[in-house]
Design a protein around this ligand. Structure first.
Ligand code: ADP
Ligand code: MG
Length: 455
């Protein structure tokens, strides 16, 4: 008999927690509970659609195996959304139509009105930032920093792929500070701008002015610091700026397309400074999240698009939010030009140019990239050896072939020189598991994947 749901879920979470990063755990498992058990099926209450989707796909195996460990009669679980959707997902429509016109106009005007001292674009605010689980942690850390400059997370380091909202968040912090504390000295720039300024200062022989300038800020935001890569002299100069600001309790915020340890040609002492603060990633938005963003953006633009078309755009534009917004703008623009609401076929035609053809990736291609990545010979991946420098790449190859290409285990086994398929199954399970506990392995697999699928 299974009746103490609270205890069951608590015990299950206790097992799940060590396998999931802290941020993910709180994002995906908070506000969940078990509400029912019937004939082998457990019902898990979840707060929204994002969580439902994530628990029933990515975390399904995890959850079900810990539940079954606790009670073997459990066969399956389902999620039920119990509370209202997040308020950020669906903004009150009436309010939108009331405000949007003036907002739009204001934005158009404000675009040219960049605060030159702070170098902030006023359109990037927390208000216009859509929060969803994939960026929720980065968002709340940014809000927290804007409320407690220099004291809480210093430095704050946000990383993630292009077009996922890093600049938007960083500038929102700056704008928030400018609004609430006009006396604070705020400055936003990219690492490239910093590098150029430095070179100019050298040329013009006013390096002391340069040093002074960057040491006076209460909040310095440096975007895209991956461009410091290999610029050692500039890194050295920046290191001193960082220390001066930090020692004076001033806030420093960074973004990058990858975590510091993966930025090639970045000095160790800078890496350790970056890692000394708070590091947060923005991950890729899921389908549901892309749809939610489109809905909010559509409302902000006071334009109505059918669910079918939202679904079509979100399914096909996966890379990032910038492209998602670009696609939405094209559809709205065309619709205005043609003076009518577009049907799905017309939208398909418009977006055809924007949608990248899916790259067909072969087994050979994957093996070639893995060999290249680990600097070993392709044929050694199929050798019968237990040498660690071969075993690990081979297991990753097996994992990727299974996970990303859906290749059959027997084929994977044969192709990589094994007699039977159990090695492939073992490798798949091992890497799946190891990734969860090993950030650097996870990042390795992400990097390999990027190379494999690069168009
Ligand atoms: P990144 O700096 O990570 O490359 P950006 O901050 O430049 O990405 O974002 C790209 C575009 O997408 C910008 O126009 C930004 O306003 C928009 N955007 C990104 N994330 C969000 C979000 N969560 N809500 C609303 N707009 C977003
Ligand atoms: Mg950016």
């Amino acid at each position: 008999m299974l009746d103490n749901f609270e205890k069951l879920w608590k015990d299950a979470l206790f097992e799940i927690e060590p396998n999931v990063s802290k941020a993910n755990f709180s994002t995906w498992f908070k506000d969940t509970s078990i509400s029912k058990y019937d004939n082998g099926v457990v019902l898990i209450d979840v707060p929204n659609d994002f969580v439902r989707e994530r628990l029933s796909t990515k975390y399904y195996k995890f959850i079900i195996s810990s539940l079954r460990n606790l009670n073997p009669t459990i066969r399956h679980f389902e999620c039920l959304i119990v509370s209202k959707p997040r308020k950020t997902e669906f903004i009150d429509k009436k309010q939108i139509t009331k405000n949007s016109q003036s907002n739009e106009e204001q934005l158009g005007f404000q675009d040219f009105n960049i605060d030159t001292e702070a170098n902030l674009n006023p359109k990037y605010t927390f208000d216009s930032f859509v929060v969803a689980p994939f960026n929720e942690v980065a968002h709340s850390a940014s809000v927290a920093v804007s409320k407690s400059l220099g004291n809480l997370y210093n430095p704050l380091f946000i990383y993630g792929g292009v077009g996922l909202g890093k600049t938007h968040l960083l500038q929102s912090i700056g704008n928030e500070i400018r609004k609430n504390k006009p006396s604070a000295k705020v400055h936003y720039l990219t690492s490239e701008k910093f590098a150029n300024d430095y070179v100019l200062a050298i040329q013009n022989k006013n390096i002391s002015l340069f040093k002074e300038k960057y040491r006076k800020y209460n909040l310095l935001i440096v975007d895209d610091i991956q461009f410091f890569s290999d610029k050692l002299k500039i890194q050295e100069e920046f290191f001193h700026v960082f220390n001066a600001l930090y020692d004076g309790n001033n806030q420093i915020i960074f973004s990058s397309d990858k975590p510091p340890q993966y930025i090639v040609g970045l000095e160790d002492r800078l890496k350790s400074r970056f890692e000394g603060g708070m590091m947060i990633d923005i991950s890729q938005p899921s389908l549901e999240e892309r749809m939610a963003i489109l809905r909010v953006k559509m409302q902000q633009k006071s334009y109505l698009i059918s669910d079918e078309i939202i679904d079509f755009i979100a399914r096909n534009i996966k890379e990032n939010i910038r492209e998602l917004e670009g696609a939405l703008n094209s559809v709205i623009g065309q619709s205005k030009i043609r003076g009518k609401i577009l049907d799905l076929k017309e939208v398909e035609d418009i977006l055809k140019r924007k949608i990248k053809p899916i790259k067909i990736v072969t087994v050979d291609h994957v093996i070639k990239i893995i060999a290249m990545y680990y600097n070993i010979e392709e044929k050694s991946l199929s050798e019968k050896t237990r040498r660690q420098e071969i075993v690990k790449p081979r297991q990753i190859a097996m994992y990727l072939l299974r996970n990303d290409l859906n290749t059959s285990y027997p084929y994977i086994g044969r192709r990589l020189g094994q007699k039977d398929h159990t090695t492939a199954i073992h490798a798949y399970k091992k890497i799946t598991n190891d990734i969860k506990n090993n950030k650097s392995l996870e990042q390795e697999v992400i990097s390999i994947r990027e190379i494999i699928f690069k168009a």
